[in-house]
Design a protein around this ligand. Structure first.
Ligand code: ATP
Ligand code: MG
Length: 444
C-alpha cells in the first residue's frame, strides 16, 4: 500500500496556509478596486475545452494535462489553467449577451499540470487571475497590467521585472511565423525533439524553449517588430505609453511569446529574484487574446487577462520577509482554574468569539502552568483567568500577556470590558490591514 501524497502535490497548513490565503485575498481586493468580480468554474471540463482553448501547440496540451475517461467514457481534464474554462462559461451562459461589456472576472483556486516537480513547479498549484472580455482596446490591456502591478505592490514587493512584447494581429503573426519557420528550418537538426514538433505546430513556441542551446539559436531569429502591422505597432505603443503615464517600468523582450496558443497583441510576464537569490520562475503571465472566444463557439470577441502563481509569490514573499508580520495567533485565551470552571470558561469563550475575538479555551482540565505555555505558544494577547471564588463575586482576571499587567473585570460588563482592553492595545497588534504600512516603513 502506498499512502504517501501524490508526487508534486502538497499538504498546506500553518503559516503556509495563511500565506497562500493572504496572497489571494490581497489580489482579490485589488481586483475589486478595478471593478472585477469573482467567477468560479469547475475543476473538471471536457478535454476539448482545454485542447481548443489552450491550444494544440502548447506545452500544456501536448504533455501536461491530467486527462482521463469518466465512467460514462467521456474524456475530461482537470483544469491546467483557468482562461479556457472562464471563456467556456461566458459562451455557455451567453454572458456576452446578458451582461454589460466588458465582462470582468477574477478567479482563484487550484490548477493541475503533469510537470517535473522542482522549485516553484508543482503538479497541483494555485492560481489567481483576471479576465476582461469584450473590449478591444490598448487601455483594457494596460488596465490588467496595472492591476497586477498594484497587487504586487500591495503585497509589499518593491523590485519587479515586467517583460512585455507584442505578437501583433493575425496578419502580422502569420508573416512572422513564416519567417520563423524559414529560419528555424535551417537549424532544426541541432534542436531538441520538442522544437521539431513545435516547428510544424507553432514555430512561435520555439522562442520560449527552455533548452540552452535552443535559446542561443532563438537569439538569432527574426524579430516580431519587423513583421508588425501599423495598427498593431500603434496599439503596442499606446499600451506602453499608459504604463509610462503611471511610471511602471518595463523591459521589451523580443522573445517573449508565452505558452498558450491563443495570444495576440500584447503579452507580458512578471519576474522577481528573491533576497535569498532564488528564482522561482515567472510569478505572473498574461496577454491579449483575440480569437479565443470564437474558437470556443462564441462571438468574435477579444479578451485580456493574466494568471499569477500563488505559491511562487508566497515563496518570494517568505524569502523577502514580507510574511513575517502575518498573524496566525489568537486574541484571547480563557483559563478555567479547576475542572468546575470549564463550563464557565466555555461560556466566556463563546461570548468573546461572538464579539469577534479569536478565542480559545481548554475543553478538558489543564494545569495552570500548561495553560500559560499554551497561551504564549498561540500568541494570545490577553488571558482571562476564571476562578471559582471570583466568578461568585461576578469578576475575573484579565491579563495583558505582553506587559504582564493584570486587572479585574466585571463579568456583568464583560463585552464592554473586553472591547476596552483590546482598544487599549489597538495599533500595536499587527492586524492584517496594517501589514503593508509596516513593510513600507521598514523599507525606507
Ligand atoms: P512557466 O514558464 O514557469 O512554465 P507558464 O507560462 O507555463 O510558466 P502560465 O500558464 O502563464 O505559466 O501560468 C501562470 C503562472 O502560474 C506562472 O507565471 C507561474 O507563476 C504559475 N505556474 C505555472 N505553472 C506552475 C507550476 N507547475 N507550479 C507552480 N506554479 C506554476
Ligand atoms: Mg509551464
Amino acid at each position: 500500500m502506498d499512502y504517501s501524497s501524490v508526487k508534486g502535490t502538497h499538504d498546506v497548513y500553518g503559516k503556509d496556509a495563511v500565506a497562500l490565503d493572504y496572497v489571494a485575498s490581497v489580489m482579490k481586493a485589488v481586483a475589486e478596486l478595478y471593478g472585477f468580480h469573482e467567477m468560479n468554474t469547475p475543476v473538471l471540463e471536457y478535454t476539448d475545452v482545454f485542447a481548443r482553448g489552450t491550444g494544440e501547440g502548447s506545452d500544456i496540451v501536448r504533455k501536461e494535462m491530467y486527462t482521463f475517461l469518466d465512467k460514462g467514457n467521456r474524456s475530461v481534464t482537470m483544469r491546467p489553467e483557468f482562461t479556457a474554462g472562464i471563456v467556456r462559461s461566458v459562451v455557455s451562459n451567453k454572458l456576452y449577451a446578458t451582461e454589460d461589456l466588458p465582462l470582468k472576472y477574477y478567479y482563484s483556486g487550484p490548477a493541475f499540470r503533469y510537470e517535473r516537480p522542482q522549485l516553484g513547479r508543482y503538479r497541483q498549484f494555485n492560481q489567481f487571475g483576471v479576465e476582461e472580455l469584450g473590449l478591444d482596446s490598448a487601455r483594457a490591456d494596460a488596465e490588467v497590467i496595472l492591476l497586477a502591478m498594484q497587487g504586487f505592490y500591495m503585497l509589499g514587493f518593491k523590485k519587479l521585472s515586467l517583460k512585455i512584447n507584442t505578437l501583433g494581429d493575425d496578419d502580422s503573426r502569420r508573416r512572422y511565423k513564416e519567417a520563423l519557420k524559414a529560419y528555424f528550418s535551417e537549424h532544426i537538426d541541432e534542436m531538441c525533439a520538442d522544437c521539431h514538433e513545435r516547428l510544424n505546430l507553432n514555430p512561435l513556441r520555439i522562442l520560449d524553449c527552455k533548452v540552452e542551446g535552443d535559446q542561443e539559436i532563438a537569439k538569432g531569429a527574426p524579430k516580431m517588430k519587423d513583421y508588425l502591422s501599423d495598427a498593431s505597432d500603434k496599439r503596442f505603443y499606446e499600451t506602453l505609453s499608459i504604463l509610462n503615464d503611471f511610471e511602471i517600468e518595463y523591459e521589451i523582450d523580443d522573445n517573449l511569446v508565452r505558452g498558450l496558443d491563443y495570444y495576440s497583441e500584447v503579452v507580458f510576464e512578471i519576474h522577481a529574484i528573491s533576497e535569498e537569490g532564488h528564482d522561482y520562475g515567472a510569478i505572473c503571465g498574461g496577454g491579449h487574446y483575440g480569437g479565443l472566444v470564437k474558437a470556443l463557439g462564441g462571438p468574435e470577441m477579444p479578451g485580456v487577462g493574466f494568471a499569477i502563481g500563488i505559491e511562487r509569490v508566497a515563496s518570494l514573499m517568505k524569502d523577502n520577509h514580507l510574511l513575517d508580520s502575518l498573524e496566525t495567533g489568537i486574541d484571547l485565551y480563557v483559563m478555567p482554574v479547576g475542572e468546575e470552571m470549564l463550563d464557565e470558561a466555555f461560556q466566556l469563550t463563546m461570548g468573546a468569539r461572538q464579539l469577534g475575538y479569536k478565542t480559545e479555551t481548554p475543553l478538558s482540565p489543564m494545569k495552570f502552568g500548561a495553560m500559560f505555555k499554551k497561551a504564549e505558544r498561540r500568541g494570545a494577547k490577553f488571558a482571562l483567568i476564571v476562578g471559582e471564588e471570583e466568578v461568585e463575586r461576578g469578576v475575573a482576571q484579565l491579563k495583558n500577556l505582553l506587559t504582564k499587567e493584570q486587572f479585574e473585570i466585571s463579568l456583568d460588563k464583560y463585552e464592554e470590558e473586553l472591547d476596552k482592553a483590546f482598544a487599549s492595545i489597538e495599533g500595536d497588534d499587527g492586524h492584517h490591514h496594517h501589514h503593508n504600512e509596516e513593510n513600507e516603513e521598514e523599507g525606507e
